[in-house]
Design a protein around this ligand. Structure first.
Ligand code: PLP
Length: 441
């Protein structure tokens, strides 16, 4: 146990996605992290049941990553990536391409999931324009989808509180598929639900409404994480792929959470054997040690855009920090750990025990659904009358006080531990949640 830290003045920082006033009255600060554990400001050890924010897949404080970042900072702190480059960004792109499904081997670097999403949407528009179908500007997302917080991402996203304050400024040509969660049909599914593949056929309806010639791309999270863990029904992604292919619509998988082992495979595309045209990623790509993201694009899409310009810049897009030296150092060291320690396979091997432990909560107080896949579980609670989210929020705080970090969205608790977790720690997470559910009203 480390000694309690003095709390700083908290008035100046406007915290993201946080109830600022409540938080500052009762703060929870993290001061250190190693392996599966955080240390809180009051000196307590907290078991990380959420990989930070779905991102520290290889566990905290990995020495190889720390060293790689430190070396790079001393050697080359920054290099622009417009009209100039540095060797590790090319190496990191090759290493990412190696993990992606065959054919998605052109890699565009960003700094976050939100930037990856906006980049992918722009690539889709640029692609259709480059091949002479510039009228394909419509983007299709899905209800309850989370694609970050850029204007593109919230437009295709389907989480109402993230959209309503900005509703007058969302992208104009967007439509949404229905989400796939229905407790009457798929409650307490273990792995992929049997029910719901037919909901992909709603895309046929949108095509009939708008005409395929106006639609550029469909974007979905293969497993929707941030909205509260929605697992794709069996056959659903396959149908989306078949329909998009039939009409020349690009399919984008937003794998900001799924990629890098979360589902027991390198990507959700590999896990479900469905290959999209574009994959967005961030989080686990660098083990979150340095902010980083990327977009993997089918070579033919890249070539179409690049070849459409006779000479000069082919795609007017990029970030000051695309392929930042510290990020690419972290990416290379992280991917090396994943490979050496076979962490994606480890996640797959642990998933049966994880599923078993999660579903033991089916009979716990307030629980209306338990769902899981790979090393992700969602525990949905009955909302308290007139106070949606309050019950899950209380359960979260109870768990934190008892030394386990979980997450909640609405009334769903989400569990997504680092892939290095041990079976005893899996049991501890779900036991602590049970205790919390027994303790709260
Ligand atoms: N897309 C998905 C599927 C996500 O889960 C997230 C974040 O959780 C994002 C995009 C946004 O990523 P960031 O917060 O790094 O911008």
């Amino acid at each position: 146990m480390s000694s309690p830290a003095t709390l700083p003045d908290m008035s100046h920082m406007w915290m993201p996605f946080t109830a600022n006033r409540q938080f500052k009255e009762q703060p929870r600060l993290l001061t250190q992290a190693k392996g599966m554990y955080y240390t809180s400001h009051d000196g307590r050890r907290i078991l990380d049941g959420t990989s930070g924010l779905w991102c520290v897949n290889a566990g905290h404080g990995r020495e190889e990553i720390v060293q790689a970042i430190a070396r790079q900072a001393a050697e080359l702190d920054y290099a622009p990536s417009f009209q100039i480059g540095h060797p590790d960004s090319f190496r990191a792109a090759s290493a990412v391409a190696e993990i992606m499904p065959a054919g998605l081997d052109r890699i565009f670097f960003t700094n976050s999931g939100s930037e990856s999403v906006d980049t992918a949407l722009k690539i889709a528009l640029a692609y259709h324009r480059a091949r002479g179908e510039g009228q394909r500007t419509r983007l299709i997302g899905r209800e309850r989808g989370y694609h970050g917080v850029g204007f593109g991402g919230i437009s295709v996203g389907g989480i109402s509180p993230n959209r309503k304050a900005f509703s007058g400024a969302l992208l104009p040509s967007v439509d949404h598929l229905p989400h796939t969660h229905d407790l009457a049909h798929n409650a307490n599914s273990r792995g992929q639900p049997e029910w719901g593949a037919h909901l992909a056929d709603e895309l046929e309806r949108l095509v009939a409404l708008h005409d395929a010639s106006t639609i550029a791309a469909v974007i979905v999270e293969p497993m929707a994480g941030s909205t509260g863990v929605l697992i794709p029904p069996k056959g659903y992604l396959e149908r989306l792929r078949a329909i998009t292919e039939k009409y020349g619509i690009l399919l984008i998988f937003d794998e900001v959470i799924c990629a890098y082992g979360r589902l027991g495979a390198p990507t959700a595309a590999a896990r479900f054997s469905v290959t999209p045209d574009i994959i967005t990623m961030a989080k686990g790509i660098s083990n979150a040690a340095v902010p980083a993201g990327a977009v993997a694009v089918k070579r033919a899409i890249h070539d179409t855009i690049v070849d459409a310009t006779a000479s000069g810049i082919e795609f007017f897009h990029g970030y000051t920090y695309s392929g930042h030296p510290l990020a690419t150092a972290a990416i290379l060291a992280t991917l090396d750990i994943y490979k050496r320690e076979q962490l994606f396979k480890r996640a797959a091997d642990l998933s049966a025990a994880f599923e078993q432990a999660a579903h033991q909560l089916e009979d716990a107080p307030h629980v209306v659904d338990v769902r899981n896949l790979g090393l992700v579980a969602g525990i949905e609670l009955q909302p308290r009358e007139g106070a949606p989210g309050a019950r899950a929020s209380e359960a979260f705080r109870h768990c934190f006080d008892k030394g386990v970090m979980v997450r909640y969205t609405g009334d769903t608790l989400a569990i997504s531990p680092p892939l290095i977790i041990e079976e005893g720690q899996i049991a501890e997470i779900f036991d602590t949640i049970r205790q919390a559910l027994l303790a709260i009203q």
